[in-house]
Design a binder for this molecule. Structure first.
Ligand code: ZN
Length: 436
């Protein structure tokens, strides 16, 4: 759609240039005609912006994001929103997605969207230019959107802000981004320092506060922030109207829940009691079963030798793999625990976020429907955006994807995203209609 608009503008410019080779009178008439056309073009364009024609999507199988499967329905989209889901299927639809599985765009509640491999092939490139970094981040955003993820929470980097804002202004294409900007990680900060920092992040445009309450798993994962420090961070976030997401292993898991934080990440080596505390405190839990560690192991040469990416660090990660799968299995048995979808996607993992669904189902024993809900309505709820995202229902944002096959029968279908609509705009449509 954007491209065809550009073409119209280009053609108008070309004909204006040609006009100057015509005789005076012809030129004036042509110019007036041209002005009328231009005026007409803008009027039509404005009218479109005010209220576009409805777009329809025909689906034979639709997962609504909340656990329901609908068959033979037509989704009607107006501008950026879903206005109805009809049983009536007369006449051709704008997009015929029969034979595919249609569902809400996925939400990944934990990525590092700007993190990438440099031109030197490593996870750190000291000679990288700001332009190289910006292109790489934009590439990550594009790959993520093409993989069916229409919203991500980036936890976080100061560069997220410009990318988020450029996507919101439609300068570049990518998922909706919510960002923590710079996380809280310094154990030497006093509770008052922490409160000041939270307010500073809010003023800088953060959507969420990220807190490191444990060391990296490569350094053993010990607790780094006290209950008092965590309480300062999470209560101040609440005062500022922001959610708080905590990187926590071992004992830090329940400490974060008791401090009133919104969500706990990882949770490796947490006990069943820690998990029950999460459920009791209504704290969302985002454990990772496979993608992030497999990605590190598969790309070992690109990370090795940087910071704590040592041989010992890699050995720790390898040990964490079975522990994480076991933790995930235990977490599913804890009543009332809200397990959301988050991959912790770093360099090398962007655009492969859906692999985590496969790890969760295959290695973590999750039901495919529960896996889908965790990245749709439940993820939206964890972001406080359940009224706008995570479901195909009237009034919701038109974030709709379609995949070849059905993930309920074969979870690897999540790799085959052939249609992506975000906010009513189609970014990918490589489906060959069965009707053709
Ligand atoms: Zn992370």
């Amino acid at each position: 759609m954007l491209h065809s608009q550009n073409n119209v503008t280009l053609r108008a410019l070309a004909s204006e240039t040609l006009l100057f080779f015509l005789p005076q009178e012809v030129r004036e008439v042509q110019m007036r005609k041209c002005a009328t056309l231009v005026l007409l073009f803008f009027c039509v364009h404005l009218a479109c912006a005010a209220q576009g024609r409805p777009v329809t999507i025909q689906a034979s199988t639709l997962l609504d994001g909340k656990g329901n499967v609908l068959h033979g329905v037509r989704v009607v989209v107006q501008d950026d929103k879903i206005i109805s889901i009809d049983k009536q299927t007369k006449g051709p639809a704008t997009y015929d997605l029969r034979g595919l599985t249609v569902l809400p765009g996925w939400i990944d509640t934990h990525v590092h969207i700007t993190w990438h491999f440099g031109a030197n092939g490593r996870a750190e490139d000291k000679n990288e230019t700001p332009a190289q970094a910006a292109f790489a981040a934009e590439g990550n955003a594009w790959k993520t959107l093409m993989a069916g993820f229409t919203t991500v929470q980036s936890l976080g980097s100061p560069q997220d802000k410009d990318l988020r804002d450029a996507i919101n202004r439609n300068v570049v294409s990518g998922p909706r981004i919510l960002t923590a900007l710079s996380p809280i990680s310094d154990p030497n900060m006093t509770p008052e320092d922490i409160r000041v920092y939270v307010r500073k992040m809010k003023a800088a445009g953060a959507d969420v506060i990220k807190i490191f309450a444990s060391k990296s798993i490569r350094d053993g994962g010990g607790q780094t922030l006290s209950a008092e420090q965590l309480s300062a961070a999470c209560s101040e976030a609440k005062v500022q109207g922001l959610r708080s997401v905590v990187h926590a292993y071992r004992s830090a898991v329940s400490v974060a829940a008791l401090a009133g934080c919104s969500q706990v990440e990882h949770g490796t080596l947490g006990t069943d009691d820690d998990l029950r505390t999460l459920a009791q405190r209504n704290t969302f839990f985002d454990p990772q079963v496979g993608l992030v560690i497999h990605n590190y192991l598969d790309n070992k040469a690109k990370f090795l030798g940087i910071g704590n990416y040592t041989e010992e660090g890699f050995a720790q990660m390898e040990k964490a793999l079975p522990a994480n799968a076991a933790l995930f299995k235990r977490a599913q048995t804890i009543q009332g625990l809200k397990i959301v979808f988050g991959t912790d996607a770093v360099a090398g993992a962007h655009g492969r976020n859906a692999e985590e669904f496969i790890y969760r189902v295959r290695d973590g024993g999750q039901q495919p429907m529960a896996a889908m809900i965790s990245a749709n309505s439940l993820a939206a709820e964890s972001l406080g955006l359940q009224e706008q995202l995570g479901a195909v229902a009237p009034g919701m944002q038109a974030d709709i994807i379609a995949i070849e096959g059905n993930p309920l029968d074969d979870i690897t279908a999540v790799r085959r995203v052939v249609f992506v609509m975000k906010g009513g705009q189609v970014y990918k449509n490589v489906h060959i209609s069965s009707a053709n």
